[in-house]
Design a protein around this ligand. Structure first.
Ligand code: UGA
Length: 434
């Protein structure tokens, strides 16, 4: 099939590349000439494990091309994906200016029937707005479909190629048929394409992300309570996760969820609720608890140093909001760096992938180490903010020798408690005993 993808951000590039991989001819459109130039030269503009192999193959074989011209990009397309940013506006609701701007242009440029697919996370009712914006100028028939994306950064290729399900919001049979054909190679194992109306599809995306954010937040609260009640959250997690109604995944407590999706989407769903005069109490609590959880370790750090962090150097391992990404948006590490500096501490940081992004964000406010061990050399304490695999089994003797105090504040529960005790570390983690 001939597919156009408008917007070569994270979702757009992954979707375009994966649709090319399943044999379609894909043209990605972006209005940023530098980005398109770089993609044309075969240089990927995002970091995503495994995507480079597919990107190389499909660009070389000519199934994946790039352009800055919307007209050229959509000329032959049967399906046009909109994978455009929906940043939170000042009031927290999703700003639709990019999507509606392109919809307006599409109406003016489309020369034949196509299915326009909203891939971006958009509030309930957006499909109708997109339809109206296109219809204002369109001279041909078209359908607008909501097809939310559920991929996770870091495992996006797998999530895209083997989705648990594909949600398609449209009541047009013609559009359903085209979407069924497009997704057929990805749902061969019997995982469903679930058709529904557009509003329900749009709501499904927010409900899924908010539910997961709530699940994590619930576990964070259980962990906080375990600390007070003398229970171990690891045991509780295993104990409840084996109940198939609860499920094992997304039960890991930590220093709060971050990233470009959960915080934004929970906020936007809250905004939608407010618009419909619904007091969505759980969502409000989720946001509040998560904000607090991010810097939950700060009081422990302060107490350890008798309330005085001036002149202390704290090393941080992990800056990305989660492993296998260079994304630092809403990352707990950012909040902790701020709090540590405000308390007068010096901060040395290391992350396997996110160093460039953090430099852009905070510049010379912290010191940048070239390796995890360089970061701790002479530091007063170590804080762990992201569970990168390489932090999981470090050389503890080297850590003990490098740090001034054998103390670790671990926001991701990487190490075994008794092991740390045997090695003589003071070890703080989440929801477990010190
Ligand atoms: C999330 C959803 O998982 C995807 O399904 C969705 O498509 C995506 O948002 C989106 O809307 O685009 P992502 O933000 O990439 O994906 O990251 P997740 O792997 O879901 O992690 C989100 C946050 O939750 C991270 O900060 C992570 O550290 C935290 N988390 C996750 C926990 O604290 N505990 C867990 O058990 C799981």
């Amino acid at each position: 099939m001939k597919v156009a993808v408008v917007g070569t951000g994270y979702v757009g590039l992954v979707s375009g590349t994966c649709f090319a991989e399943t044999g379609n001819t894909v043209i990605c459109v972006d209005n940023n000439p530098q980005k398109v130039e770089s993609l044309k030269k075969g240089k990927m503009t995002i970091y995503e494990p495994g995507l480079d192999v597919l990107f190389d193959r499909n660009t070389k074989e000519g199934r994946l091309t790039f352009t800055t011209s919307l007209e050229e990009g959509i000329k032959d397309a049967e399906v046009i994906f909109l994978a455009l940013p929906t940043p939170p506006g000042e009031d927290g609701s999703a700003d639709l200016k990019y999507i509606l701007g392109v919809a307006d242009d599409l109406g003016k440029t489309m020369k034949k029937y196509a299915v326009i697919v909203d891939k971006s996370t958009v509030p309930v009712g957006t499909s109708e707005k997109v339809r109206a914006a296109i219809a204002a100028n369109a001279t041909v028939e078209f359908d607008v479909v909501s097809n939310p994306e559920f991929l996770r950064e870091g495992v996006a290729v797998d999530d895209f190629m083997k989705p648990d399900r594909v949600v398609v919001g449209t009541e047009s049979e013609r559009a359903q048929e085209i979407m069924k054909r497009l997704y057929a190679p990805l749902v061969r194992q019997g995982n469903p394409v679930i058709f529904m109306d557009e509003r329900s599809a749009e709501m499904t995306k927010y409900a899924a992300n908010s539910f997961l954010a709530m699940k994590i937040t619930f576990m964070n609260e259980i962990a906080n309570l375990c600390e007070r009640a003398g229970a171990d959250v690891d045991n509780v997690r295993k104990g409840i996760g084996t109940d198939s109604r609860i499920g094992k995944r997304f039960l890991f407590p930590g220093i709060g969820y971050g990233g470009s999706c959960f915080p934004k989407d929970v906020q936007a769903l809250g905004k939608t609720a407010a618009e419909y005069n619904y007091d969505f109490k759980i969502l409000k609590s989720v946001m509040k608890v998560n904000d607090k959880q991010k810097t939950k370790m700060m009081p422990l750090v302060k107490d350890y140093f008798d309330g005085e962090l001036k002149g202390k150097t704290i090393a941080i391992w992990g800056l990305a909001f989660k492993p296998h990404t260079d994304d630092i948006r809403e990352a707990p590490a950012l909040y902790n760096i701020k709090s540590l500096r405000r308390a007068g501490a010096k901060v040395v940081v290391f992350d396997p992938e996110a160093m460039d992004n953090i430099k852009k964000e905070i510049g010379r406010k912290v010191k940048y180490a070239k390796s995890m061990y360089e970061a701790i050399e002479g530091a007063d304490a170590l804080m762990i903010m992201t569970e990168w695999p390489e932090f999981r089994s470090p050389d503890f003797e080297k850590i003990g020798a490098a740090l001034k105090n054998k103390v670790i504040f671990d926001g991701r529960n990487l190490y075994d408690l008794s092991n740390m005790e045997n090695k003589g570390f003071t070890y703080y983690s989440i929801g477990r005993k010190v």
